[in-house]
Design a protein around this ligand. Structure first.
Ligand SMILES: NC(=O)c1ccc[n+]([C@@H]2O[C@H](COP(=O)([O-])OP(=O)(O)OC[C@H]3O[C@@H](n4cnc5c(N)ncnc54)[C@H](OP(=O)(O)O)[C@@H]3O)[C@@H](O)[C@H]2O)c1
Length: 233
């Protein structure tokens, strides 16, 4: 799984460990990855491997797939949680920020799904779960590039279902509003952490999806905060 060292991904990794999954954890920072792996071992995983990789670099992305295939020879669940976001208004949006968000949030998931598809098919029933965003379903001011990247990620999950669900490989895009992690800390003045969704809520949904029969396909799951503006982040 990607984005496993912090935030939502780290909590998903811990819950998967409790469920008895053997894991390959990936992110860039090696120290945080090591800590996440140690936590997964404490929470019940018998085998945890780490692969330090930058999702903006194609060779790194392919290396994650290859390291997992070599170690385990099967893949029951591919979790895509690595992601970056950057807010700025349209009119002077720096294109390098757009490119970075599309590289990490869309291109890497595409490459990883592509590189893992043979293994997913041979393991089937198998699942892909991507942490997308509610901004990919309902746009928000200032988040045009981020929202567009998450809309593409959600569409990618839907495409996986049309292409591979009949063979037992189904994908789900979880689409939350603000979740209380490092990534959303910039917005505490507008949305206090106590009003944000928890990483544990998202991890619970991942586990729920893994418990469904292979007949059930869940293309996307919106998860929103309380309040009257239902589809805002
Ligand atoms: N927090 C929210 O409000 C929220 C809401 C909706 C959706 N999401 C989505 O949920 C996912 C997880 O977000 P989070 O809140 O858990 O963020 P986070 O706490 O910032 O964690 C991001 C994770 O992704 C990894 N990552 C970032 N850039 C990377 C890169 N270039 N290559 C490899 N790994 C990279 C980070 O590790 P390294 O930095 O060590 O690489 C870290 O493990 C993201 O896709 C995000 O878009 C978040």
């Amino acid at each position: 799984m990607t984005g496993a060292s912090r935030g939502i991904g780290r909590e998903i990794a811990g819950r998967l460990a409790e469920e008895g999954f053997d894991l390959t954890l990936s992110a860039r920072g090696t120290d945080a990855l090591r800590e996440a792996a140690a936590e997964c071992a404490k929470r019940g995983a018998t085998q945890v491997r780490t692969v330090s990789a930058d999702m903006a670099v194609e060779d790194d992305v392919r290396q994650v797939a290859e390291a997992h295939r070599t170690a385990y020879g099967r893949l029951d669940l591919l979790v895509l949680s690595a992601g970056v976001g950057s807010a700025a208004p349209l009119g002077s949006y720096p294109v390098h920020r757009f490119d970075k968000q599309f590289a990490v949030n869309v291109r890497a998931p595409f490459l990883l799904i592509d590189a893992c598809m043979e293994l997913l098919r041979s393991t089937a029933p198998a699942r892909v779960v991507a942490v997308s965003s509610i901004t990919g379903r309902a746009p928000e001011p200032g988040l045009a590039a981020y929202g567009a990247s998450k809309a593409a990620l959600t569409a990618l999950c839907e495409a996986v279902n049309t292409e591979a669900s009949a063979d037992g490989v189904a994908a789900t895009a979880i689409c939350p509003g603000y979740v209380d992690t490092d990534m959303s800390a910039w917005n505490h003045e507008s949305v206090p952490p106590s009003e944000m969704i928890t990483s544990s809520d998202i991890a619970e949904l991942v586990i729920a999806v893994t418990r469904l029969s292979s007949r059930a396909v869940v293309p996307y799951l919106p998860v929103v905060r309380t309040g009257s503006a239902l589809w805002r982040a």
